[in-house]
Design a protein around this ligand. Sequence first.
Ligand SMILES: C[S@@+](CC[C@H](N)C(=O)[O-])C[C@H]1O[C@@H](n2cnc3c(N)ncnc32)[C@H](O)[C@@H]1O
Length: 275
Amino acid sequence: MNLIELTDAEFVKFRDLIYRTSGIQIAENKRVLISNRVRRRLKATGIAGYSQYFDFLRSPAGADEMQPFLDVVTTNETYFYRDSAHYDWLGGEFLSGTIAEAATRRRPRSIRFWSAACSTGEEPYSIALKVAARRRELAGWRLEIVGTDLSSSVLAAARAAVYDERALHRVGSEERRTYFDEAPPGRWTLKPEIRSMVSLRPHNLLKPIGGEPFDFIFLKNVLIYFDAASKKKVVDVILAALAPGGSLVIGPTEGIHGMLGSLEKVKPWLFRKGG
Ligand SMILES: C[S@@+](CC[C@H](N)C(=O)[O-])C[C@H]1O[C@@H](n2cnc3c(N)ncnc32)[C@H](O)[C@@H]1O
């Protein structure tokens, strides 16, 4: 039994499993990191060693353990208005253009947003705050903001919507006063009027999302650890989900520019589907 660190052979098995289920490629030098994270699940399940835990995970009896396992091995760093230029564009040019198009009946009065890999909710709620800032012009519109993630624990945190200073460092004092309740000091709970604008659900980016297409997709800070084959799968899912004329915003580390040839490149991080 080795509770201290994974052996090389065990590390390879866990890396393969993580890659197959999520698309995330764990670098070869991350053995200690994965050891530490998986150890939390050994403690939680009371299983004595990594190999036994791996066998349990792969057995029918361990099916419910896959989600908590993925929860501990994914990286969930995020905060409100991350990559602020994206939100300036969304709250300004994008919404103004969309409202103007609807005024001349060139599009319906509806927008569907998808925050793919939304982690603890800061991304879809930042979208909601930008939409709320223009609520008068958008009165009567059908507005849907969907946030999805592979990890159920981050989705639970997103539903609770309680944030600390680190998550809110880009949110100004007036916006905090209007849309958050501070209690206890330093813990900010997003008000129901913004929370209710966002629906949160589990989704693996390697699988089609289905349903109606989205006018706007944020795909940010998730594909950095994916290899080319998994990135391609995700890009196909995203392209299928994007409505004609829809906009795709990607993060600085996605590394998928070469796979977006069918879209018009509007900015280094902004792509538009024709039609
Ligand atoms: C670093 S966070 C990025 C959050 C947010 N998009 C941002 O830019 O701040 C990456 C998120 O991707 C999620 N993730 C990783 N692999 C995924 C997959 N195959 N499908 C869906 N979500 C995934 C993780 O659970 C994590 O919450």
